[in-house]
Design a protein around this ligand. Structure first.
Ligand code: HDE
Length: 729
């Protein structure tokens, strides 16, 4: 490929004043980006005088036009008809998958010039802030389903670069259930609510899902991720993101390298636990959406670093798995993740429908310097996304404000439903003389002209999977091996929970004896103990031995040793920013303690909320009114990350409150840090937690040292090793 020139006209998107990436400050982040300015062209502030859609001022919008006071409504009432008809047409089809989502605007900035790897300008110019719009989603549920379902999360990033749009449409898990796109409709039909009764909503815990995966051994690795706590993120800001497929980066000289894209959350990877997630689903089904919205509103901007795993072309076959197989990761210990830039979400959408609902991602939206591989899952996606947008949003979806690129679009595509652009002139074809040959091709040498990577392809047309895609279990075992004891326990419990929801003994049997036994003995045994599903003895004709069809293969002996420590989330974090802490109090609460706790949490940018029996105010020990943030009935323990019980005369009253006792027990059961200051320890005693230990995240003390202990415990996030059975909840 010829070397490309880099002198194409540039359009500034937003620039920082030359500071280093590490010193990116909020002032520059909050600068208007070109996309903000662009969206403003279509943004309408609330106005004063009401008018119809044709601009006519309306004198009465609340009474329809009738023949007499008690008479029938008249057809003539154009305002009634316009208002009702528009309402009737308000919905567009929800996404067939990833229907439930939330999104925000932000910026991306690369740390250093990566032109040795790629010509994509957003990755070569550290002075440039590229506007982005990022949508997070669950996969299986409908638009109104809970945020906290056990599910994969979508992590879709639209970059408005000065060379056009790049969509990195990824997930919070680095692998997928299937290896070929042709199976996708089957996978989704199996996981969605069952078609006869539309049950269950947003859950994989039902027969059809487990039937399908038990017959699809390539799903084994992804199942480990989905049954792990990764499927229960604490917030969007504490999830990793992955491009999943292997992509290509191409530099100016036409040199290509393989790349896996990662998003590393600055707040670390943090999860909920299953019982907590289920309860949040009832108490606050908008838990993640609310957290994203509120954190941006208060200036606690979610941040991720973009990570690249680069593999040279000549190393393509150096791994024990195929780089084109989307059920495999490249362990970080084999190819380190190089952190190359930062994504910051700093502005909420103004209108959910116009932005979050109408945003249309497509895995095939790329810019020069980024290209595809032959991963058969990716190849199918390249067809599916444009098709789904045409169906869902319409043929002119790319013209909508949230979807349109920042650079001008000139081509001969015309017309179709709801066209907004008014193309001038007689010419809508190419080649032409009448239009001066415009719009014309850009020479291949120009850096911002897209030229597909000239990969050599020579093969017979076949419907066969490569033998190099046939090891389905080694990385599932590797995932299991890489988990800490409590993470393994949660995985086994999750499999057991799901299989206990499955009615068909046949399906349960096959999941155990065709999937789990091939992953790890300890996993199979733990699930067997919790489900009553027998592990088939080898050679027993009643219970066929773990079938090892050639396409799945039995556990490879060396897999027993595989491990990738980077996969575990059992690591302390270095910030508690944005974490929510319940402060239990009441009339007579110790004024000094309350102030000290609030101040210390605020200094860490964590949120302390005072909870009391009623809303309004309580009176502290100094006789001053204190604003209650939430009344106890509106403040379930599951929406908090930790609890502080304060001393003062309120402490004794709390020991008599059933809801305070339940609150503390439930927080304990979910592994949350608990701090009791002064007489606050009375409530611990009332819950039989008086003997709990600091190493279990239960801190009892006076003033400052208890608060310090609480912050240290919050850095650990949760204490899941506590014996769940030891406390009534
Ligand atoms: Fe998607 N996927 N997908 N997917 N996907 C869609 O596009 C599809 C896959 C992902 O916030 C749909 O606009 C096929 C993997 C995200 O708007 C649809 C296959 C990964 C989102 C579609 C996959 C994803 C979608 C539905 C198998 C991670 C939400 C609505 C070949 C790398 C984007 C839509 C948003 C959405 C098809 C598998 C990520 C139907 C055929 C693997 C984050 O086009």
């Amino acid at each position: 490929m010829p070397k490309r020139s880099r002198d194409a006209a540039r359009r500034p998107i937003a620039r920082t004043s030359g500071q280093s990436a590490s010193a990116i400050d909020k002032t520059s982040l909050n600068a208007e980006t070109a996309k903000t300015t662009d969206l403003a062209l279509n943004t309408v502030e609330p106005g004063e005088a009401m008018s119809g859609n044709q601009g006519v001022k309306i004198s009465d919008d609340q009474n329809s036009l009738k023949a007499g006071l008690r008479g029938p409504t008249l057809m003539e009432d154009f305002h009634l008809r316009e208002k009702i008809t528009h309402f009737d047409h308000e919905r567009i089809p929800e996404r067939v998958v990833h229907a439930r989502g939330a999104a925000a605007h932000g910026v991306f900035q690369v740390y250093e010039d990566l032109s040795d790897l790629t010509m994509a300008r957003l990755l070569t110019d550290p002075s440039q802030l590229t506007p982005v719009f990022v949508r997070f989603s669950t996969v299986a549920g409908s638009r109104g389903s809970t945020d906290c379902a056990r599910d994969v999360r979508g992590f879709a990033v639209k970059f408005y670069t000065d060379e056009g749009i790049w969509d990195l449409v990824g997930n919070n898990m680095p692998v997928f259930f299937i290896q070929d796109a042709i199976k996708f409709p089957d996978l989704i039909h199996a996981v969605k609510p069952e078609p006869n009764n539309e049950i269950p909503q947003a859950a994989s815990a039902h027969d059809t899902f487990w039937d399908f995966v038990s017959l699809t051994p390539e799903s084994a690795h992804m199942l480990m991720w989905v049954m792990s706590d990764r499927a229960l993120p604490r917030s969007f800001a504490t999830m990793e993101g992955f491009g999943v497929h292997t992509f290509r980066l191409i530099n100016d000289a036409g040199e290509a390298r393989f790349v896996k894209f990662h998003w590393k959350p600055i707040k670390g990877v943090k999860s909920l636990v299953w019982d907590e997630a289920q309860k949040i689903s009832g108490k606050d089904p908008d838990f993640h959406r609310r957290d994203l919205f509120e954190s941006i509103e208060r200036g606690d901007y979610p941040e991720w670093e973009l990570g690249l795993q680069i593999v040279e072309e000549e190393d393509e076959f150096k791994f024990s798995f195929d780089l084109l197989d989307p059920t495999k990761i490249i362990p970080e210990e084999l190819v380190p993740v190089r952190r190359v830039g930062k994504l910051t979400l700093n502005r909420n959408a103004d209108n959910f429908f116009a932005e979050t609902e109408q945003v249309a991602f497509h895995a095939g939206h790329v810019v020069p310097g980024i290209d595809f591989t032959n991963d058969p899952l990716l190849q199918g996606r390249l067809f599916s996304y444009i098709d789904t947008q045409l169906r869902r949003v319409g043929p002119n979806f790319a013209e909508l404000p949230i979807n349109r690129p920042l650079n001008p679009v000139y081509n001969n595509q015309r017309d179709a439903m709801a066209r907004t652009v008014i193309n001038k002139g007689r010419v809508s074809y190419f080649p032409n003389r009448l239009g001066g040959g415009c719009p014309m091709h850009s020479p291949e040498q120009e850096a911002d002209a897209f030229v597909s990577y000239a990969e050599t392809i020579d093969g017979a047309k076949i419907r066969t999977r490569s033998e190099s895609f046939s090891d389905h279990f080694s990385q599932a075992t590797q995932f299991w091996n890489s988990m800490s004891d409590w993470e393994q326990e949660h995985i086994a419990e999750a499999f057991a929970f799901e299989l206990n929801q499955v009615e068909s003994e046949e399906v349960r049997h096959h999941v155990m004896n065709e999937l789990l036994v091939n992953i790890a003995d300890a996993l199979a045994e733990a699930v067997s103990a919790q489900t009553g599903i027998k592990i088939a003895p080898v050679g027993d004709p009643e219970h066929p031995t773990p079938s090892a069809p050639t396409a799945s293969g039995p556990l490879r002996p060396e897999a027993k040793e595989l491990s990738s420590p980077a996969l575990s989330q059992d690591k302390p974090g270095d910030t508690i920013k944005g974490r929510k802490i319940a402060i239990l109090g009441g009339d007579g609460v110790d004024a000094e303690q309350l102030k000290a706790v609030r101040d210390s949490l605020m200094a860490q940018e964590a949120l302390g909320e005072l909870i009391a029996a009623h809303a309004g105010t309580i009176t502290d020990s100094a006789g001053k009114p204190q604003k209650v943030n939430r009344a106890a009935p509106n403040a379930p323990s599951v929406i908090y990350d930790a609890v502080v019980v304060l001393g003062g005369s309120s402490a004794e009253a709390l020991t008599k409150s059933g809801s305070a006792i339940h609150f503390l027990n439930e927080a304990y059961r979910h592994g949350k840090p608990i701090a009791a200051i002064g007489d606050g320890s009375l409530l611990l005693d009332a819950c039989s937690l008086g003997g709990a230990k600091v190493q279990d995240g239960v801190i009892v003390g006076e003033g400052a040292n208890a608060i310090e202990g609480l912050i240290a415990a919050l850095l650990q996030h949760r204490f899941p090793r506590r014996l769940i059975a030891s406390v009534p909840a």
